[in-house]
Design a protein around this ligand. Structure first.
Ligand SMILES: Nc1ncnc2c1ncn2[C@@H]1O[C@H](COP(=O)(O)OP(=O)(O)OP(=O)(O)O)[C@@H](O)[C@H]1O
Length: 420
């Protein structure tokens, strides 16, 4: 097995990605004097998500596209696993690197299944294996295979097209996936869902993912590491989100990340840190009277309806339960993945009228319900901890870092105060 043919991913969460190393990589476009990318060196550990952010024209996309040789570097070395990408045929290289761009870029004349199967077909997989893989991937990106495999891209919403784009990027189980503004073209709620789905998929697959984004909140939410670039792809800072938020390396980073970072700290805290409540659940086909009785005994006014794979399908109020048995709900329930951020949680809670949200884990399976009080309590705890570490940092170092923290804390108080 070569370094770029990773072992098939399993549900165990083992790393199936490969390390990516850039060594003094430069790109000068023909006819230009100044390099678009000027000697960047960077290591992305196997199994991590690296988010590239920076001002327009700073060289994010050029850097990304040099990894799969859509753009050839002028000098320097790029190594994936233990192989120099220049030593590999361009076609073969690209088949082992997933590539996902804005809108999914699906071929309009091909069905969803055919779009997903492009690379496996090129790799000569037999038909049975391809059919199985396509269904498995549609399932993974939360599209019911029987409903969607034979549709054409025009018969899908923007978010669904983007999901198919992600499925296509994953099709041949590549160790490395490159993404260029993958969720740039969808509305905020769909964007949040797609982000959550990608995080959930990544929890299982542990690929190495490199993703260009314009959205610093997306970078904070998704990234194990964030690369902040200045002009000509000079590195302003490359670190974990909490270090970048807590200790920006310079003014450029501080400005870029934005003032009042406690709001952004909410993007660091995950639902998985908050205590969940176990709400009354019901199965499709169960007798309504029994479900209502159970809910009343629990003091619940609504029940979470689960399908046969434990996936929440709806969250009807008791008064909405008509008929003898529980039927498949028609509402479009917005679930929260346990890796969603507290920011996402607040958005979802404010839009559904339940004062809470249904939380799911791997493969969209039901975990529990998070409510408004639990989130605001958690925010208060976070703030108390931030206060304490600011005070401790103050007694050690004094000065500017404290001023910044005070600023952050004020914003935190505002938020908790207004919404809670
Ligand atoms: N094919 C090309 N020929 C000449 N110059 C190019 C070419 N592609 C990009 N550039 C220039 O190289 C620089 C970096 O471009 P790149 O697209 O990598 O930036 P970016 O950070 O991804 O920008 P954005 O956020 O706007 O997409 C820019 O100054 C751009 O104008």
């Amino acid at each position: 097995m070569t370094a770029t043919e990773a072992a098939p991913s399993s549900a165990t969460g083992e790393v199936s990605g490969a390390e990516i190393r850039l060594e003094d990589v430069t790109k000068v476009y023909p006819g230009q004097k100044a390099p678009a990318v000027d000697g960047i060196s960077l290591t992305i550990p196997a199994g991590e998500i690296a988010m590239f952010v920076g001002p327009s024209g700073c060289g994010k996309t050029t850097t990304l596209k040099m990894i799969n040789r859509l753009i050839e570097p002028s000098s320097g070395t790029i190594v994936i696993g233990d192989q120099d990408v220049r030593k590999r045929g361009v076609d073969e290289l690209r088949r082992t690197i997933g590539y996902v761009i804005q809108g999914g870029s699906l071929f309009p004349h091909m069905t969803v299944a055919k779009n997903i199967a492009i690379v496996p077909k090129l790799l000569g997989w037999d038909d049975d294996r391809i059919v199985k893989r396509v269904d498995e991937l549609l399932d993974l990106v939360s599209l019911d295979p029987s409903r969607y495999r034979d549709r054409y891209p025009r018969e899908l919403s923007g978010g669904q097209q983007q999901r198919v784009g992600v499925a296509r990027g994953l099709a041949a189980d590549p160790p490395v996936i490159l993404m260029d503004e993958p969720f740039g073209a969808v509305d905020p709620i769909t964007r949040q869902r797609l982000q959550d789905e990608l995080l959930s998929i990544q929890r299982e697959l542990r690929k190495t993912i490199v993703c260009v984004t314009h959205d610093i909140d997306e970078a904070i939410k998704m990234g194990d590491r964030i690369l902040i670039l200045q002009e000509q792809a000079h590195i302003a800072q490359y670190d974990t989100p909490d270090v970048i938020l807590g200790s920006p390396a310079n003014e450029f980073v501080a400005d870029f990340v934005g003032a009042g970072s406690s709001l952004k700290q909410l993007s660091l805290a995950r639902i998985s840190e908050v205590e969940l409540r176990s709400a009354t659940t019901a199965r499709i086909g169960e007798r309504t009277a029994e479900v209502a009785q159970r809910a009343q005994a629990n003091g619940d006014l609504a029940v979470v309806v689960l399908d046969d794979r434990d996936r929440p399908r709806g969250w009807p109020w008791l008064r909405q339960l008509k008929g003898e048995t529980i039927v498949e709900p028609t509402e479009d329930l917005v679930n929260l993945d346990s890796r969603a951020t507290l920011n996402d949680a607040l958005d979802t809670m404010l839009s559904n009228g339940h004062g809470g949200a249904v939380v799911t884990g791997d493969r969209d399976a039901y975990l529990g319900v998070v409510d408004f009080v639990a989130v605001t309590d958690h925010m208060r705890d976070m703030q108390a901890r931030a206060n304490q570490s600011a005070a401790e940092a103050g007694s050690e170092t004094g000065g500017t870092r404290i001023a910044r923290s005070d600023d952050e804390i004020d914003h935190g108080t505002d938020l908790a105060g207004t919404d809670g």
